[in-house]
Every structure is written in structure tokens, then in C-alpha cells.
Design a protein around this ligand. Structure first.
Ligand SMILES: [Zn+2]
Length: 148
């Protein structure tokens, strides 16, 4: 007769045994015990059936579930990313255009140009600070979304 706590021990190893994660010695012990002990064998068969079922579900479901997840993340993230892309591209284009114009027609800058540059530089600084803040808040965003 096996001691009761041995059943407990075997049961705790069943999941790992099913996944083939046990050492050869432990797996051997589980196998021998399952041959002797109907109760544990039933528990094992139950577990194996459950795992089979979850495996089937995992295979059957992902395409649809993943598509929905993808749709969701796209509908939320794509416009936002696109927005940032446009802003970034716009700022970059502005800079390139400004630099080329400046090089082509070099002359001492007028007061209007100096004021214009100050405004542009101010906007860029604001933009950078907002971007940095947004990047820092990203984990928060995820957390908030999960909480809802
Ligand atoms: Zn047992």
C-alpha cells in the first residue's frame, strides 16, 4: 500500500508529467504509481482529457480571437500612430524645407523670420515634451485599459 501523501505528491506532478517536463526518474515514478493506483490514474486521465480539450480550443479559437484583438488594437492604435506619424513627418518636412530655403537664399534674417523661428522652435520644444510625456505614460495607459 502506498502512503496517502504519496498520492498527493504524484498528483502534483501529473501536470508536469503530462507536459513531459519531469526528469526520467520522476516520470518513471509517476508511471509506476499510475499503474498501481486507480484513483490517481483516473485523475490523470481527467487531466489529460482536459488538456486535450484546451489544446483543441487553443487551436480552434485563436484565428478569430486574434483577429478581434488585432482589429481592436488597430482601431485604437492605428489612428493614434498615424497621427503621430503625420505630426512627425510634418515637423521633419518643415525643418528640411526651412533649412533648404535658408541655405539657398542666405542673407541676414529679418525680424519676421526671427520671430517665426522662435515660434517654430517653441512648437518643436512643446511637441518634444508632449512626446516624451506620452512615452512615459504608455505603461499607465495599458494599465488603465485593463482596469476598465
Ligand atoms: Zn495514487
Amino acid at each position: 500500500m502506498t502512503a496517502p501523501n504519496q498520492h498527493e505528491e504524484i498528483r502534483q506532478m501529473l501536470s508536469a508529467y503530462l507536459d513531459g517536463e519531469l526528469t526520467q526518474g520522476s516520470a518513471q515514478r509517476v508511471r509506476v504509481h499510475l499503474e498501481d493506483c486507480e484513483e490517481c490514474r483516473r485523475a490523470f486521465e481527467e487531466m489529460a482529457r482536459l488538456q486535450e480539450l484546451t489544446k483543441e480550443l487553443a487551436f480552434a479559437e485563436p484565428p478569430e480571437a486574434r483577429m478581434k484583438d488585432l482589429e481592436k488594437s488597430l482601431s485604437v492604435q492605428a489612428p493614434r500612430r498615424l497621427g503621430w506619424l503625420f505630426v512627425l513627418a510634418g515637423v521633419a518636412a518643415w525643418f528640411i524645407y526651412g533649412t533648404i530655403t535658408y541655405i539657398r537664399h542666405w542673407r541676414p534674417p529679418t525680424v519676421e523670420e526671427l520671430i517665426g523661428s522662435a515660434v517654430v522652435i517653441g512648437f518643436v520644444l512643446l511637441f518634444v515634451s508632449v512626446a516624451v510625456e506620452r512615452l512615459r505614460q504608455l505603461p499607465h495607459d495599458k494599465y488603465r485599459r485593463i482596469e476598465k
